[in-house]
Design a protein around this ligand. Structure first.
Ligand SMILES: Nc1ncnc2c1ncn2[C@@H]1O[C@H](COP(=O)(O)OP(=O)(O)OP(=O)(O)O)[C@@H](O)[C@H]1O
Ligand SMILES: [Mg+2]
Length: 241
């Protein structure tokens, strides 16, 4: 279980998070939704030790508040960054390979082959394109590759930053189907999304963030038709306009 208490995060003098409390129970899909600039990515970066923050973050009872990304990864928390950052000049296979090496230390050829086969069985299209350079994949395939690379590190908790960003509706459906399949294998998911509808349809529990604070939270099924969600977005747009 991931437990975040009173998380504040800072970029220099800017306080991007103002006291976030959030929990991801084992085996669940929890989403954090909000508009541009709300603090979603900053929340993930705080967990991964990539921004200055205070408060407390624990994973399966271990205090990881002050740990760096490498340690957090080793504890089983894997961050798939926004913008599907794959290595464009490397092949699909190499992207998966590089991911494992940088996160875990190499675990040996046998377990590598086993892990990559698991990723290929989840994403058959990646298998068909295993020797193709990543830049030549479609947006959806690149997103699958970014997720697949995360899976190579054998996560207990997979954190996905806007996996639906910039994808066509049918591809978004497919990405969310895959996320559920991953979850059914026992991996907990912390899902960051601007696409509130899709996120709520595919999560167990949801938090709505605005300007660095959680506005409200609840079981995703209950929030799906909650008009406070629309208002949270409209409010934000109004302020930005
Ligand atoms: N490197 C940075 N330096 C200064 N301010 C930053 C930096 N990164 C983010 N911020 C600010 O912190 C706030 C939260 O940004 P964050 O990236 O967490 O938002 P987000 O919810 O992920 O938005 P988006 O949906 O656009 O990705 C914003 O006001 C943003 O301008
Ligand atoms: Mg973001």
């Amino acid at each position: 279980m991931l437990e975040i208490k009173n998380l504040h995060a800072y970029y220099g003098a800017i306080e991007a998070l103002k006291g976030i409390n959030l929990t991801v129970p084992d085996g669940k899909i929890v989403c954090l939704i909000g508009a541009n600039g709300a603090g979603k990515t900053t929340t993930l970066k705080s967990i991964s030790g990539m921004v200055k923050h205070t408060g407390s973050i624990s994973f399966n009872g271990e205090d990881i508040t002050k740990e760096n990304a490498k340690h957090v990864n080793k504890a089983g928390v894997i961050h798939v960054p926004e913008g599907r950052l794959v290595f464009p000049g490397l092949t699909v296979y190499q992207n998966l390979e590089v991911g494992t090496i940088s996160w875990h230390g190499f675990m040996g050829r046998a377990s590598f082959e086993e892990d990559i086969e698991k990723v290929f069985s989840l994403f058959p299209r990646l298998k068909e394109r295993r020797d193709q350079q990543a830049w030549s994949l479609s947006g959806g395939e690149q997103q699958m590759l970014a997720i697949g690379r995360g899976l190579m590190a054998r996560p207990k908790l997979l954190m996905l930053d806007e996996p639906s960003m910039g994808l066509a509706p049918l591809v978004i459906e497919e990405v969310f189907r895959k996320i559920r399949e991953i979850n059914e294998q026992g991996i907990s998911i912390l899902l960051i999304e601007q696409n509130a509808k899709k996120a709520l349809e595919n999560s167990d529990y949801a938090y709505i963030i605005e300007q660095g604070q959680i506005l409200f939270e609840g079981p995703a099924a209950e929030l799906e038709h909650d008009d406070r969600i629309a208002r949270a977005y409209l409010g934000n747009f109004a302020k930005k306009a």
